[in-house]
Write a protein that binds this ligand. Structure first.
Ligand SMILES: [Zn+2]
Length: 394
């Protein structure tokens, strides 16, 4: 750092309160911890280490202080405060020696925080210890699952649906993997309480996964009138699951990976089919359950060590690992008293309005199944007020 850019004269804080000095020692402790992008006449611009989406301005003269330009972050104060806040951030050695050796991945470009998902992250981030990348990944998984089977992109002859598999990789408690999901779940559940019933945890067998989204099973039986067979009839053996959305939140992906490595386990194959097409069945004789149009998303958590230990070469090679987005996460900040999320007014932010759009987007998809079932003379096991609204609107 050039000596000339540092002033030792007493200055005032950005808050304009008490005059403080910005001795080189303080700056020397601050600057190495920032990703400096530009410096000009005692003014430094860095990537904001707190929100990781905004630009942080550090002023050395005439006002010593800092300010983040991200309107949802807007962290500001004296250089002493900045030094203190930086001290509270986890250091590289806290994310494991291996991570330190390899270096932490570069944070995503700001384009990754585009649109609704970005608005959501910027709104929540100042009040959460969760990594913005974890918030973003969790949001995209939840949104993609809630939207359901109707939305898709077409690539050549294939339809790519919005069900994502995301694995958050980080240290157990320090990375706050859980809290990113907690924030996302809270926001989405409020919008679609029905969807919250489609969130399950625990992956153990392929059959178990299919069971959660299984098709109805009907059996062909003789129709008897006064003991005489007069024809055939279809008898509903199992109503199946009408809502084909399923979000699996697997807080211990390591245990699922261990299960997958056992011989004869169908989980890996079913998970791959769920990502590819959503047409699921196993070849096991005693589990005839099958599922069509399944919309399964996975949000998983694992530590780096577990991932290296349990992800077998076969799963890396057969495309299981390819179907996951692996995101490195760590605690973004320390909030000893928690955030002030309750004070945030969500009604005026775009997340809430766009979340309502998501709810509208998925409506027609699920009513087609209801309509078919209604036409065959069997009423659905669960008629919701929403399903009623759908048919009347048509
Ligand atoms: Zn910031």
């Amino acid at each position: 750092m050039p000596e000339s850019t540092v002033t030792t004269e007493p200055t005032t804080t950005a808050e304009g309160a008490n005059p403080v000095s910005a001795p080189p020692a303080l700056l020397e402790s601050i600057l190495p911890r920032l990703e400096i992008r530009q410096s000009f006449k005692g003014e430094y611009t860095a990537a904001c280490p707190f929100c990781r989406v905004g630009e942080l301005y550090v002023y050395v003269s005439p006002q010593a202080g800092f300010l983040c330009l991200n309107e949802h972050c807007k962290r500001t104060g004296s250089l002493e405060k900045l030094a203190y806040m930086l001290e509270a951030l986890p250091r590289t050695d806290e994310v494991g020696q291996d991570a330190a050796d390899l270096g932490w991945p570069e944070p995503p470009d700001k384009e990754a925080f585009y649109g609704l998902a970005g608005d959501f992250v910027r709104t929540i981030e100042p009040h959460s210890e969760a990594d913005p990348v974890g918030l973003l990944g969790s949001f995209l998984v939840a949104f993609g699952n809630l939207v359901g089977r109707r939305a898709h992109a077409v690539a050549e002859r294939d339809r790519h649906h919005t069900n994502l598999f995301v694995a958050l990789v980080g240290e157990t408690s320090k990375a706050r993997k859980g809290s990113s999901w907690g924030q996302v779940r809270f926001s989405f559940e409020a919008m679609d309480p029905e969807w919250s019933e489609r969130i399950l945890s625990g992956l153990s067998t392929g059959e178990g996964l299919i069971w959660q989204v299984r098709d109805a099973v009907e059996r062909d039986e003789p129709l008897r009138v006064k003991g005489k067979v007069t024809g055939r009839q279809q008898v509903m053996v199992d109503a199946g699951i009408e809502d084909k959305r399923l979000l699996v939140v697997e807080s211990e992906l390591a245990s699922a990976l261990k299960v997958i490595s056992r011989e004869g386990n169908t989980l890996s194959a079913v998970i791959r089919d769920a990502w590819d097409r959503g047409e699921l069945r196993t070849l096991t004789k005693n589990s005839p359950a099958r599922a069509t149009g399944a919309h399964i998303s996975i949000l998983a958590h694992i530590t780096r060590e577990e991932l290296r230990r349990y992800l077998q070469a076969t799963e890396a090679a057969n495309g299981f690992a390819n179907r996951f987005l692996w995101l490195c996460v760590r605690r973004s900040k320390v909030l000893p008293e928690g955030g002030r999320l309750r004070e945030v007014d969500f009604s005026s932010t775009s997340p809430s309005s766009a979340l309502r759009c998501a709810s509208l987007a998925r409506r027609p998809a699920r009513s087609s199944a209801t309509r078919r079932r209604g036409a065959s003379g069997r009423t659905s096991t669960r008629t919701s007020p929403r399903a009623g609204r759908d048919s009347s609107a048509r």
